[in-house]
Ligand binder design. Structure first.
Ligand SMILES: *Cc1c(COP(=O)(O)O)cnc(C)c1O
Length: 348
């Protein structure tokens, strides 16, 4: 069955050929389990090369686990994690960060654009110092953000400086880290450990894998016993080579970056095509692979009736996400239908 392509999420995409063939290449005979295999070692080394540093690398199944376990490893249960009100850890992980940390509190900073500002970090970090309130110990930011924006290296440094001033560790949710690298033209090192990030969750699923996220600890001390934490949480793959091998396919060939180049370019293309439609607005700057469109409820209802899928609960607008396999002709169809739905509802 060949389903029509949709742009509701970048996780609607399939597995890219490079990830697929790397998985196939690993399907050769038997290998030691639980990560004690040559593919896992090679994938971890690929990350160390890519990030130009001797970090600790772990592979888990999904982003919720990656974020939650990483945050839990930075906190005791009486600590707090500062995040933006738009953060995936706050809005889309069903309380997993609190659950896996045994109750660390998320301190949510209201944010218009979805970014966590240095001022907000300062305000929360200094709000209370008494024994009756959880102690802030971590800040988490998302790169690219849930609303498709990127933190520039300068913004990252300003966040990291604030964290340092208040003795906070800094975690980055990089579900779309590749898209941010493309947008900024920066190396992975520049916008992670060189910008003060202690732990990065690097997204594989939305980039083109079937499943999998990598957790990179730039401060190796913070990774102590993290393997036990993964195992206890049900995130230690027994046939680890199949979780690790696709990373080899993505990273050694540079595919991780090319996939993000394509996703970002498709978002740009879509945004450019729809700017001439009267009565709609692009709600958030297009800086990665997302386009948020504000249009009347009636026109969006009509667009759904035309068979298009999209979410409106994120960022307060209709969200369209593009991935490695987004097709130009299908984007053109979406533009055409969006235009006709808006025109039809305008003239009613
Ligand atoms: C998709 C996504 C994740 C990962 O979500 P899972 O569904 O748990 O894999 C994490 N953070 C952000 C910002 C995301 O968009």
């Amino acid at each position: 069955m060949d389903l029509l392509q949709q742009f509701a999420s970048d996780n609607y995409s399939g597995i890219c050929p490079e990830a697929w063939s790397a998985m196939e290449a690993a399907n050769n005979g038997s290998a030691s389990s639980y990560g004690d295999d040559p593919w896992t070692k090679r994938a971890a080394d690929a990350f160390r090369n890519l990030f130009e540093t001797d970090c600790e690398v772990f592979f888990v199944f999904n982003g919720t686990a990656a974020n939650s376990l990483a945050l839990a490893s930075l906190c005791q249960s009486y600590h707090g994690v500062i995040c933006s009100s738009g953060a995936h850890v706050e809005t889309d992980e069903c309380g997993a960060p609190e659950f896996f940390s045994n109750g660390s509190k998320l301190f949510v900073a209201e944010s218009q654009d979805g970014k966590l500002s240095p001022a907000a970090i300062q305000e929360i970090a200094t709000k209370r110092q008494d024994i009756h309130y959880p102690k802030p110990l971590v800040a988490t930011i998302t790169q690219a953000t849930e609303t498709g924006l990127v933190y520039t290296p300068e913004e990252l440094s300003a966040v990291a400086e604030k964290c340092e001033a208040h003795n906070l560790r800094l975690h980055m949710d990089g579900a779309r880290f590749a898209n941010a690298c493309v947008r900024l033209g920066c190396s992975p090192a520049e916008i992670s450990w060189k910008s003060g990030i202690d732990v990065l969750c690097f997204g594989g699923t939305k980039n083109g894998m079937a499943v999998g996220e990598a957790i990179l600890f730039f401060d190796r001390k913070l990774a102590e016993d993290f393997d036990y934490r993964c195992k206890q949480a049900g995130q230690l793959a027994s046939k680890m080579r199949f979780l690790a091998a696709p990373w080899i396919g993505l990273i050694e060939s540079g595919t991780w970056l090319r996939n993000a180049v394509h996703g970002n370019a498709c978002a740009r293309y879509f945004a450019d095509q729809i700017t001439t439609i009267p009565g709609i607005q692009i709600a958030s700057a297009v800086e990665s692979n997302a386009v948020f469109v504000t249009a009347s409820d009636r026109s969006l209802d009509l667009l759904r009736q035309h068979g298009w899928k999209f979410y409106t609960f994120i960022g307060g607008a209709a969200r369209f996400m593009f991935s490695w396999d987004s097709k130009r002709e299908r984007i053109d169809e979406l533009c055409r239908d969006l235009r006709s739905c808006v025109m039809e509802t305008c003239s009613l």
